[in-house]
Design a protein around this ligand. Structure first.
Ligand code: PMV
Length: 325
C-alpha cells in the first residue's frame, strides 16, 4: 500500500488535441505551472482478496465508465510489475473535482506514484511522467513542480512524450489566483472535447501549428522571468484554444457569465496600470497570474465581481511525492 500527494497544474501554453488516442500522445507540447495548496491525495492497495478494481473519489464510489479508464490505467503498472492482484484506490481532492481546476492532472499524477510505489516499482520521474500522460495528458506535467514542459515527442510509442522541468517552484514566486464561478462538474470532459474539436474544427490544424511556435517563446520568457511576455503569451494560447473550441461543430463553450466578467475585470486592471493576465481551461473558472506587488489590487477587483463564488490564492508548487506512512 502507498499514498501519494500531487498538485494540479495550469497550462500557460495549452494542450488541446491528441496525435494518438490509444497512447494519449498530445499533438503539440504544452507548458504549465504546478501550484501549491491544492492537492490530490491517493492511496493504492493491491490486494489478493479483491475480485476487481474499486475506487473511491471524495468518498463516493467511482462509476463504471470512469472505472474502466482506471482499470486500463492500472493494467500498465500490473504489466510492468508482473502483477495480477486487483487494487483499491482511495482518492480525495481538497478542491472542486472535474470543474476546470485540473483535477485530472493531480489525480493521475498521484495515482501513478501511489500505484507504482505500492507495487515496489521505483520508477524515475520521467518514466512516471510518461505513464501519467496515458491517464491524462496534463498529469504528465504534475509529476514535476514549478514550471514544466510536456514534450510531444517523435516516437510512435510515445516513450519520448514526457514532461521536463523548466524551473522549480522557488524560481519565481508568482501569484496564481483561482476565481471559481461555478462548483458544477463540466458536462463535456476534456477527451471528448478535444476529439470533437480535432474532428470538426476548421481551425484545428492552425491551432496545433501555432502552439508549436509558442512553446520556445514561452520557455524563453519563463527563463528570463519576463512577466509581461509570459502573461501575454498565456492569454494568447488560452483565447486561441477557446476560439478553436468555439469553432467545433457543435461549438464548445466552457465559459459562463462569471468567466467573461473576470476577463473584463483583468483587462480593466491592465488599463489602470496593474499587470495581471488570465487563463481558462475546460471549465468556467479563471486563473489570474500576477506578481506579489499587484496581488491585493487583483483580489479587490475579483471581490467586486458578483459571479465570483470563491478565490483560491496559490503560488508555484512542488512535485508529486510519497506520503510516509
Ligand atoms: O489532461 P486533460 O485531458 O485533462 O486535458 C487538459 C486540457 C486543458 O486543461 C484545457 C489544457 C491543459 O494543457 O491543461
Amino acid at each position: 500500500m502507498a499514498t501519494a500527494i500531487a498538485h494540479p497544474n495550469f497550462a500557460l501554453i495549452k494542450y488541446w488535441g491528441k496525435s494518438n488516442h490509444l497512447l494519449n500522445i498530445p499533438a503539440a507540447g504544452s507548458i504549465s505551472v504546478t501550484v501549491d495548496k491544492l492537492t490530490t491525495e491517493t492511496t493504492v492497495d493491491f490486494s489478493a482478496g479483491l475480485e476487481r478494481d474499486v475506487a473511491w473519489l471524495n468518498g463516493k464510489q467511482v462509476n463504471d465508465k470512469e472505472m474502466f479508464r482506471l482499470q486500463t490505467f492500472l493494467n500498465i503498472f500490473r504489466k510492468i510489475a508482473g502483477e495480477n492482484r486487483r487494487a483499491e484506490i482511495i482518492s480525495s481532492n481538497n478542491f472542486p473535482t472535474a470543474a476546470g481546476i485540473a483535477s485530472s492532472s493531480s489525480g493521475f499524477a498521484a495515482l501513478s506514484l501511489a500505484a507504482s510505489s505500492s507495487l515496489g516499482l521505483r520508477l524515475a520521474p520521467d518514466e512516471l511522467s510518461e505513464i501519467a500522460r496515458r491517464g491524462s495528458g496534463s498529469a504528465a506535467r504534475s509529476i514535476f513542480g514549478g514550471f514544466v514542459e510536456l514534450v510531444a515527442g517523435d516516437r510512435a510509442d510515445g516513450r519520448d512524450s514526457i514532461a521536463k522541468p523548466i524551473a522549480d517552484e522557488n524560481f519565481w514566486p508568482l501569484s496564481i489566483l483561482i476565481a471559481i464561478t461555478s462548483f458544477e462538474s463540466k458536462k463535456i470532459g476534456s477527451t471528448d472535447g478535444m476529439n470533437l474539436t480535432s474532428e470538426t474544427s476548421p481551425y484545428y490544424s492552425a491551432w496545433v501549428e501555432s502552439t508549436r511556435q509558442d512553446l520556445p517563446q514561452m520557455r524563453a520568457a519563463i527563463e528570463a522571468r519576463n512577466f509581461t511576455k509570459v502573461g501575454e503569451l498565456m492569454e494568447f494560447s488560452c483565447l486561441k484554444m477557446h476560439g478553436t473550441m468555439l469553432s467545433a461543430r457543435p461549438g464548445l463553450i466552457y465559459w459562463n457569465a462569471g468567466t467573461l466578467e473576470i476577463i473584463e475585470a483583468v483587462k480593466d486592471l491592465r488599463n489602470q496600470g496593474h499587470e495581471a493576465y488570465f487563463t481558462i481551461d475546460a471549465g468556467p473558472q479563471v486563473k489570474i497570474l500576477c506578481q506579489e506587488k499587484t496581488k491585493s489590487v487583483v483580489l479587490d477587483a475579483l471581490d467586486g465581481c458578483p459571479h465570483v463564488a470563491e478565490i483560491i490564492s496559490t503560488r508555484p508548487g512542488p512535485a508529486a511525492y510519497l506520503k510516509e506512512s
